[in-house]
Design a protein around this ligand. Sequence first.
Ligand SMILES: *Cc1c(COP(=O)(O)O)cnc(C)c1O
Length: 521
Amino acid sequence: MTTDVTTDVTTDVTTELTPESELIIDRLRQLRTLDAPTHGGHVLSYVYDSGLAELDELAATAIRIMQPVNGLDPTTFPSVAAMERDVIGFTKRMLGAGPDAAGSDEVVGSVTSGGTESCLLAVKTARDVWRAAGGEGIPRLVAPVTVHAAFHKAAHYFGLELDLVSVGLDGRVDTAELIDRLAPDVALVVVSAPAYPHATLDPVGAVAAAASALGIACHVDACIGGWVLPWWSDDLPAWNFEVPGVTSMSADLHKFGYAPKGVSVLLHRGRDRQRAQFFATKRWPGYPVVNPTMLGSKSAGALAAAWAIVHRLGEPGFAALSASCKRATDALTDAIRAIDGLAVLGAPVGPLFAVAADESVPSERRIDPHVWADRVRQLGWLLQQQPGLTQANGVRLPPTTHLTITPVTESVLEPLVAALVQAADEVRGVASIDPMQVLGAIGGVAELLAGSGGGEIALSSDQAFGVLSQLGIGGGAGGETSASSGGVLPDQLAPLLTLIEALPAPLTERLLIELLARLVE
Ligand SMILES: *Cc1c(COP(=O)(O)O)cnc(C)c1O
């Protein structure tokens, strides 16, 4: 059957909206005014702005053309397979995959809905391959503690034990310690290129070699680095499929691929390995099902947008955007290192980094990164606040402020640096918040903590909401709330982050669940 695209109203016919529809669109625009700005470089996480207006238009047009298509079935909609083939081919070339010296090309892949789905499927696949090879009991997933939370989720969903290796204060894992954890019950070891919290580039070569010698799968999580590190620097240690023991990689197109949200790539070395990712069944009275990824019916829109952007940019386009990110990252890290009282954590690789208090200066010159980020936000720039974390070995990773740099950042460097410096000057020497003081102000939480003994906590929805209200979050009674957070979060987040660090994980996680659930209710 040939398809007549001109019969499809969404491709090129522009139908005028009725006044009724215009009103609905007006309401949508009104809702969007509540959001953080997605363009212009004022939000230094979540959004990846190429700074090229034409790319947005290209993506919008591609999405519009694919709007009615169901990505579930590439036999009915071959355009989906064609776009996916193209995108995977480009990703492979960029990540050092392709025919080896003997001409064999064993790296195959899928397009997924995002980094989390790529990571989930990498874990599920490794678990199933491990079981098929005779693995019994609960498999382990080994990774540095800086591995993305998506792997916590994967271990939780798919029944693996997460075995996290503590890192040093520079964010680096001890390679020998990590390799020491590898044993026959390990289904997968994960390293990151780079890891999200501090942009640490993990020791991919050594870990992959050790894993390979033991027959253990090794995933390189390049969700954030995959579309920018290929053009970052000539002297990076090998981090992709050029390393022989690397068995899978993830790279998000909706980050430095500049595509709209909903698209990532997962590659595996070996067709047989990748086939373990798929699910098929004929054991129901409906159509025979075969899905490479987690979703059934799915949009082809983000894939089409990514496909169009990859073609439009090509290697030279990505190289130019990466170079812009690098110039801006260098300028910003230089500027922050020059601020008395702040320090860039470790040796970040790629367009992201974390800022901590400089512990080498006396406390009256030190800057608390969360108090700083709160002040920077009042000046119009949104940085991401990361709580401190006490690791299994007792070493506490400090609280930090995270910045992700995108090509648009270069165009706003001057006012951004000015705001970072001004905020630093205004909060230098301001003491960090004592979590016990915050806790003391809210009696209910202290009682809960006493009752829980720091362990599992079974709060009803109403109890959890009560605690949130006492904390002044979730739209309940309490302190000043911020217009930019829709009235849900307080203006000053530093006390909240201190609490998140101090409270037991099960309690904090329960409260986070309640916060998000109530936000929608
Ligand atoms: C963003 C990210 C993920 C998860 O990706 P989502 O697209 O947010 O689901 C996984 N790993 C790393 C290193 C990331 O930066």
